[in-house]
Design a protein around this ligand. Structure first.
Ligand code: NAP
Length: 523
């Protein structure tokens, strides 16, 4: 009985390297790797050894006869890939990294603790003997794994177990609650470390730039996700339903996550790690219709097949797909039919104005081909991608919304900023799932290694202890490994009684107070 890969596949290809018969594709270096929704197991070649399932960091691989009802169709998804795609025969050859001799006593800083930071940390620990200081502005590691992945996707969050092991490595110092650009300047980091890797992601929304975008009820996916996923002190950006319809702009997986959560019962949400502050909204939620606007045709929808399948599998939710020409504008002029839960994709359609009274939106005016009409709605959530938040003192490409770089090296115009590197969405822009960061981080860490080996970066005369003394002098008191572990333990304990993975602490004051609480004595 062969194995099959399912929806939560992170595509980091850990399974590919352990498969003894090379039956998992697309593999790194093959067409489609990095863009395919998931990796696939060839059922004809699989020898049922289970090595891939053991190696999978997100529990996405199961024997075909053990697939649950929700995942049963993935047996066919895996098999169909091999009918439609020609793949190389034979086991995939492993590309070994270049490991030149490096000087002793290196000290590297990584800024961020999300997926790209996790893979970068793994590569630094595996390929060098350097000590590593990992810095995050929050005292809760995980970046997008904690605050981006949807609460009803717990398997995806399991990837954090592996990253946690690296954060606990004796060579690693973890400093939470320290913001680069505010508490500490990039030049201070450059002064204290031999290399600094920025893994800061993209935490700001791209804006539509249309009239009325600032009316109450008009918001971004970034703000909505930050609110329900527990970023400290984020307030509810949504208005309660009076019309009963919410418009989402964009057809990417983030838009689908939000559409799915809107139609998930609050009982089911109560079993997840969703931030408690969002539960009253979902309890009272009378939104029956979500309209997703795709500015181009249905063939360009940005969602992945696996996420669309999860949406269509929702009980009692009707999925409707309309092209611009099919729309009867009067359908959207008034409220939707109450209680009839629908997700309506309207393609070839883009918002042109958010309309409302003084301060609050009442409708979204859209253009479909050469027609314009209004969609009555309580909320407009634009889910059109992300931008990196600029860091004071570090070059920034405002048009692209990224840190400018060449081969992972931060650049300022034509000039390379020696010793500063970037990985993940801050380097590539906001696309690709968690696993796409693995190869990206390995490439950047290789640039760090090559530069140090070739003497292209000046060695710092300071060490990690000096950096902590510097923070103290600045009046910055970081939250360390023990405080971070206390937060984790308290959140899990709060969740245990309620049958939930954790109940998140969602205010900065509560997080700091918990981290500083002295550990209770055993017994
Ligand atoms: P995305 O996949 O890039 O989708 C962005 C959407 O916004 C597209 O439909 C795009 O349409 C539209 N758009 C962009 N600019 C627009 C504008 N000015 N007006 C109207 N529409 C506009 O972004 P995302 O949903 O934020 O996801 C980011 C990445 O995270 C993706 O790689 C995604 O797969 C990944 N992710 C994965 C999961 C998962 O695997 N479960 C969950 C969440 C996110 P065009 O195509 O026309 O530009």
């Amino acid at each position: 009985m062969a194995f099959a890969i399912t929806q939560s596949c992170c595509s980091d290809a850990g399974c590919v390297s352990v498969c003894p018969v090379g039956c998992i594709h697309p593999a790194p270096g093959e067409p489609g790797f990095g863009t395919a929704d998931i990796l696939h197991i060839d059922p004809e070649k699989c020898i049922d050894c289970g090595a891939c399932a053991d190696a999978c960091p997100v529990d996405a691989i199961f024997p075909i006869d053990r697939l649950g009802v929700k995942d049963a169709h993935f047996a066919e998804v895996n098999a169909a890939y091999y009918r439609d795609t020609e793949v190389d025969a034979g086991p995939t050859t492993t590309q070994y990294a270049r490991l030149p001799r490096l000087p002793q006593g290196l000290h590297i800083a990584i800024v961020g603790t999300g997926p790209s930071a996790g893979y970068a940390l793994r590569a630094v620990l595996n390929r060098t003997t350097a000590a590593v200081t990992v810095i995050d502005k929050l005292p809760t590691p995980g970046g997008l794994i904690r605050s981006g992945v949807a609460p009803d996707h717990p398997a995806t969050k399991n990837i954090m177990h592996g990253f946690d092991l690296h954060l606990r490595d004796p060579r690693v110092t973890m400093l939470g609650g320290v913001e680069i650009g505010t508490d500490v300047a990039p030049s201070d980091l450059a002064d204290h470390f031999d290399a600094v890797v920025y893994a800061v992601g993209a935490s700001e929304p791209r804006r539509l730039g249309i009239e009325g975008e600032n009316l109450a009820g008009s918001t971004s996916a970034t703000e909505v996700v930050a609110w329900y996923n527990g970023i400290p002190d984020v307030e509810n950006p949504l208005r309660p339903a009076t019309v009963g319809r919410t418009v989402l702009v964009g057809t990417g997986n983030v838009a689908l996550d939000i559409a799915r959560l809107f139609h998930t019962s609050s009982d089911a949400l109560r079993r997840t790690d969703i931030a408690d502050r969002s539960l009253p909204f979902f309890d009272e939620n009378a939104t029956s219709e979500i309209v997703l606007l795709g500015r181009r045709g249905p063939e360009t929808a940005a969602y992945t097949k696996a996420e669309f399948a999860a949406l269509t599998a929702m009980p009692d939710v009707e999925i409707v797909t309309l092209d611009a020409a099919d729309v009867e504008p009067e359908t959207f002029a008034g409220p939707p039919e109450p209680g009839r839960r629908r997700v309506v994709f309207v393609f070839g359609t883009a918002p042109v104005e958010v309309v409302g009274d003084d301060a609050t939106m009442t409708a979204v005016r859209v253009r479909s081909g050469d027609r314009e009409y209004a969609i009555a709605a309580d909320n407009l959530i634009s889910s059109i991608g992300y931008r990196t938040r600029p860091i004071e003192g570090l070059p920034f490409d405002g048009d692209a919304g990224m840190i400018p770089s060449r081969d992972g090296r931060v650049v300022d115009g034509d000039e390379v900023l020696r010793g500063s590197y970037v990985v993940g969405w801050a380097k590539r822009g906001p696309s690709g799932g968690i696993g796409a960061n693995r190869a990206c981080a390995e490439d950047t860490v290789q640039a760090v290694i090559d530069d140090i080996a070739e003497g292209r970066v000046p060695r710092s005369a300071k060490d990690g202890g000096d950096f902590e003394a510097f923070l103290k002098k600045r009046g910055v008191s970081p939250i360390r490994r023990r405080g971070i572990a206390t937060i984790d333990r308290v959140e899990r304990e709060r969740g245990r009684g309620a049958g939930r993975p954790r109940v998140k602490l969602t205010s900065a004051a509560e997080l700091t107070e918990t981290a500083r609480r002295r550990r209770r004595r055993r017994g």
